[in-house]
Write a protein that binds this ligand. Structure first.
Ligand code: SF4
Ligand code: SF4
Length: 192
């Protein structure tokens, strides 16, 4: 008699395991909650949850609350927290790991333009091999708040007059190789 295959129940990965599996997130379990990262962070006052709390929330499984918050998007990559952490954790890398998870899970905050800006940056780099600032900014404003472009128009004009804002994109040689690198980065855990 043919055996009936019974499907094994899906094993639900915990949030902390999920973060550990993203490059940069591996060491999160050794945090001692000393708060050095929050105390060192120049942008922490703007975060929904400050760095020490972010780490605690990952470990406690507050996935949705955290991934939909503005917290990690305020990380300026200054790496002060990473230099000062007594447990050699890399909080900055954890913030970037959380950004990747937020984008992948569709939970990225709408309060911040940063997730959209990152996406426009990557799209521009993927298309030309280098960032075409004018095209990237137009795309960003169209996707977020077109009226915000009016405020920045004088800055754009100043850059243009000083030859710092080309009207046309230029494409690098070796686009094929660049695409291979970007595809590999995506495969290794990048969001896009
Ligand atoms: S500095 Fe390091 S050990 Fe201290 S709370 Fe931050 S991540 Fe945890
Ligand atoms: S790297 Fe990010 S989280 Fe760490 S101190 Fe700088 S801004 Fe704060």
């Amino acid at each position: 008699m043919a055996e009936t295959m019974v499907e094994a129940p899906a094993v639900k990965t915990s949030f902390v395991d999920e973060v550990c599996s993203v490059p940069g997130g591996e060491a999160i379990r050794s945090c001692i909650q000393c708060g050095m990262c929050t105390g060192s962070c120049p942008t922490a006052n703007n975060w929904d949850y400050q760095p020490r709390r972010v780490i605690a929330m990952v470990r406690a499984g507050f996935r949705e609350e955290l991934l939909s918050s503005n917290s990690m998007w305020f990380c300026a990559s200054c790496y002060t927290c990473t230099v000062r952490c007594p447990r050699d954790i890399k909080p900055a890398d954890i913030m970037h790991a959380l950004e990747v998870l937020a984008v992948r899970s569709g939970l990225s905050t709408k309060q911040s333009r940063t997730p959209v800006m990152y996406q426009c940056f990557v799209d521009s780099a993927r298309g030309n091999g280098r960032v075409y600032e004018l095209g990237m900014m137009i795309k960003l404003f169209l996707k977020t708040n077109p009226f915000a472009a009016i405020k920045l128009a004088p800055v754009g004009l100043g850059l243009f007059l000083h030859g710092r804002l080309p009207l046309r994109p230029t494409r690098i040689k070796g686009m094929k190789e660049l695409k291979a690198i970007m595809d590999k980065a995506k495969k290794l855990g990048g969001a896009k």
